[in-house]
Design a protein around this ligand. Structure first.
Ligand SMILES: Cc1cc2nc3c(=O)[nH]c(=O)nc-3n(C[C@H](O)[C@H](O)[C@H](O)COP(=O)(O)O)c2cc1C
Length: 328
């Protein structure tokens, strides 16, 4: 298939390799994104969704979410909100931070978000959705992208995507489920293929890519320009690297346990240096080390030890103990 692993541009931003870490709330902060980027294979990383309300009201915690590392580039910051008059102000704040792309969330199914007219609620009102994007597009110079679902219920998002194309949206990402499906059933790759064939702007396909082989299958069966991966990257932050290895026919890293423990150490170093309070660091360590240690020898020991940690150094000790047990 011609699109397989071909770099492409979003506006003037080169996406190479054409694989993206999907936006995930409470996950894809600067520490997680820079880790994935360092491990290799991801051509784009997208932030967790950030409230336009919070940004435009100068909320300190919301503004902290804009933080990114130069090594993440190209990096997209995703914003959400339902008010066209606020979203363009939020996009201008994002642009002023110096990021590469501003992405608009039109997929979030969560009730609280939808009730405020944001996220996938915009898929119920194409005029408002188009107005949001039009105002942002007029306001900023960096590329504007949108992440959508198939529709709200059984409706079809294609007419809206055609409007986005006319407005000058640089790329879209489509998750092949409706809002009402949330995360049930399967991502509809046939629908994604149909969308790709109807648009001229680059399209990221999203949903249910669990393995490197799945990513290749998505490229081949849908013709998308890029593949965007969310949940699989939680347990396997190496998935982008593994996809590259599979496509290029090079061997993957030999020792799974070793590379995982190394990634855990890298992650710990990042959060240790972060300005956040210790409770945040412990929460992050428990969550992320919990994910990365799944499925490896002595992973269970690491996870049960996480219950008693009181410092990042404690987590390092757990990892060292796991390595010692492996070597024994
Ligand atoms: C924990 C979690 C948080 C998410 N947060 C966001 C978000 O902030 N913005 C967004 O557009 N999608 C969000 N999503 C949806 C993902 O970006 C993606 O569309 C979805 O998980 C399907 O892809 P996957 O099968 O590769 O996980 C989130 C998903 C998960 C699991």
């Amino acid at each position: 298939m011609t699109t397989l692993n071909k770099p492409f541009y979003i506006g003037g931003v080169l996406i190479d390799p054409p694989l993206a870490l999907a936006p995930m709330a409470e996950v894809t902060d600067t520490y997680y994104r820079s880790l994935v980027k360092e491990l290799g294979g991801a051509g784009l990383v997208v932030s967790e969704f950030i409230s336009a309300e919070g940004l435009t009201r100068d909320n300190v915690r919301t503004k902290q979410m804009l933080k990114f590392d130069e090594k993440e580039r190209p990096v997209a910051i995703q914003i959400y909100g339902g008010d066209p008059d606020r979203m363009d102000d939020a996009a201008a704040i994002v642009e002023a931070e110096g990021v590469d792309i501003v992405d608009v969330n039109m997929g979030c199914p969560v009730r609280k978000v939808v009730k405020s007219g944001a996220g996938s609620a915009l898929l119920k009102d194409f005029d408002r959705a188009a107005r949001v994007v039009e105002k942002i597009k007029r306001r900023v110079k960096i590329p504007v992208t949108v992440k959508v679902r198939k529709g709200w219920e059984s409706d079809d998002v294609l007419p809206l995507l055609r409007r986005f194309e006319e407005i000058g949206v640089a790329s879209i990402a489509i998750h092949g489920r409706t809002r009402n499906e949330a995360y049930t059933g399967a991502s509809d790759w046939d629908y994604i293929a149909g969308i790709k064939s109807e648009l001229t702007i680059p399209v990221f396909g999203n949903g249910d890519v669990k393995t490197a082989a799945d990513a290749i299958r998505m490229f081949e069966t849908t013709g998308v320009d890029g593949v965007m991966i969310g949940r699989a990257a939680l347990h396997n932050p190496f998935i982008f690297r593994d996809i590259q290895a599979l496509i290029l026919g090079v061997p993957t890293d030999k020792d799974e346990v070793d590379r995982r423990i190394d990634a855990m150490h890298r992650y710990l170093a990042k959060i240790e240096d972060a300005p956040q309070i210790i409770n945040w660091k412990l929460h992050k360590a428990r969550t992320v080390i919990g994910w990365f240690s799944k499925g490896i020898a002595h992973g269970k020991d690491i996870r049960s030890g996480l219950a008693d940690i009181t410092s990042v150094a404690d987590v390092r000790r757990l990892l060292d103990q796991a390595r010692e047990r492996l070597a024994a």
